[in-house]
Design a protein around this ligand. Structure first.
Ligand SMILES: Cc1cc2nc3c(=O)[nH]c(=O)nc-3n(C[C@H](O)[C@H](O)[C@H](O)COP(=O)(O)OP(=O)(O)OC[C@H]3O[C@@H](n4cnc5c(N)ncnc54)[C@H](O)[C@@H]3O)c2cc1C
Length: 382
């Protein structure tokens, strides 16, 4: 177990109790959830009861008001169970922070306590069938009509799409705005809002228990009070909060790399070929040495970034580097690990098979790695 400099004894005690909880409530059921293509709501509720959802939310809204180090631990431990639990981190560390940061007092009182208990599951809907990377070009509109916005449009690839009770939807309140991003706002749309329906639950290469879906808005009348922050500031809010979203993807990718390295080291020591363990071939040893070096360097960079993020520094450039590099490394480790498992690596009984499938999307979502490079380039001031 690696030690992180921003974690104190409290954090480690917390990690142990969370791990014990997951050994009882998650590990034994994970395979079933993968088959069901869904993590049951009851598991979210149990997480909430134990204080494992949104721990950084202030106590007056039901949270524990603790630092983000606790969230890092939760995301690491969920990733150890399986990457398909990423929707829980998305709720606690990506969606709820929009309400915390930009919500009015009334909105916070209305939504936060139930987000903490798991009664409200959340999602964020940016991507549309016609646009993902080019976010400013979204087509979903929200037109003000008296006390309501009338929303029309479609979203896709939305994590927690089917199960969510509250969705932060990225809309165009001013389709004519120049530049385009100035016309973007964030609107909270709740489960029973007329005109809001779910499309298909999407069939994915991996992350099988993660619920990913399409959302449809047809003349959906959303009360004006559900606007988050100010009209026209949505793009700015997104840019502000994407730092933590991408850092989270880096945390999960790093954890996945650590898990895969461990799985592979165990395997190569136990499997024999030509009269000796395959760990004794120099090729195996060099591959393991390469992976171990990548894992160590990745961890050092990531830990420093987490500490800087927790101090409130702007680490957008470094986070973009980490998201890109750590997911690329994890994908390479997945591939080398599968190779070292031989035929067994291609069999679903071996965890590496699932890890290999699941890691692929990490270089695509939360902003593709190509987009990460464009951000790095922009900030290098070439
Ligand atoms: C499992 C999963 C879960 C997701 N969850 C969510 C969610 O909860 N909420 C949400 O809003 N979205 C979600 N997404 C969407 C995800 O963020 C987008 O898929 C992603 O941003 C890429 O957008 P796109 O699919 O439209 O690809 P495109 O933007 O069409 O990109 C296609 C290719 O072109 C490249 N490209 C695009 N622009 C440039 C450029 N300027 N320079 C160089 N290359 C470029 C891309 O890097 C990519 O390789 C999820 C996706 C998946 C697969």
């Amino acid at each position: 177990m690696m030690k992180h400099p921003y974690l104190k004894e409290d954090h480690e005690i917390f990690r142990q109790s969370l791990r014990k909880f997951l050994e009882k409530e998650a590990y034994p059921f994970y395979e079933q959830w993968e088959e069901d293509r869904m993590v049951p709501r009851s598991f979210w509720r149990k997480m909430g009861e134990q204080g494992f959802l949104c721990p950084d939310v202030e106590e007056k809204y039901g949270g524990s008001g603790v630092d983000w180090g606790f969230s890092v631990i939760i995301n690491e431990e969920l990733e150890r169970v399986g990457s398909g639990l990423v929707g829980i981190g998305l709720h606690s560390d990506i969606v709820v922070p929009y309400i915390t940061a930009y919500g009015t007092e009334e909105q916070k009182q209305r939504w936060l306590p139930k987000c903490v208990t798991g009664e409200i599951m959340t999602a964020i809907a940016m991507t549309e069938p016609g646009t993902g990377s080019d976010l400013a070009n979204i087509k979903t509109t929200a037109k003000l009509d008296g006390d309501h916005y009338i929303v029309n449009g479609q979203k896709t690839f939305i994590t927690n799409g089917i199960q969510s009770d509250l969705v932060v939807v990225v809309v165009k309140t001013d389709p004519q705005a120049v530049p385009k991003h100035k016309g973007i706002s964030l609107l909270v749309i709740e489960r029973d809002n007329p005109g809001f329906s779910r499309g298909r639950k999407l069939n994915k290469v991996g992350l099988h228990c993660q619920d990913t879906a399409e959302l449809i808005f047809e003349d959906c009348r959303v009360p004006k009070e559900n606007l988050l922050g100010e009209e026209g500031r949505g793009f700015h809010y997104l840019m502000e909060k994407l730092q933590q979203e991408r850092l989270l993807v880096a945390v999960c990718a790093q954890t996945a790399s650590e898990v895969m390295l461990k799985l592979t080291m165990d395997y190569v020591k136990s499997r024999e070929a030509f009269g000796k363990p395959i760990s004794q071939f120099q090729n195996t040893q060099f591959k393991i040495a390469e992976m171990a070096a990548d894992v160590q360097m990745g961890r050092a960079f990531l830990d420093q970034l987490i500490a800087e993020h927790m101090e409130g520094q702007n680490v957008v450039t470094k986070v973009s580097m980490a998201k890109w590099k750590l997911t690329d490394i994890a994908k390479r480790i997945a591939s080398e690990s599968m190779q070292l498992h031989g035929g067994y690596g291609y069999m679903e009984e071996y965890e590496i098979a699932r890890r290999f499938r699941d890691i692929q999307v990490s270089s695509i979502y939360a902003g593709t790695n190509e987009i990460m490079k464009t951000i790095v380039v922009k900030n290098l001031g070439l």
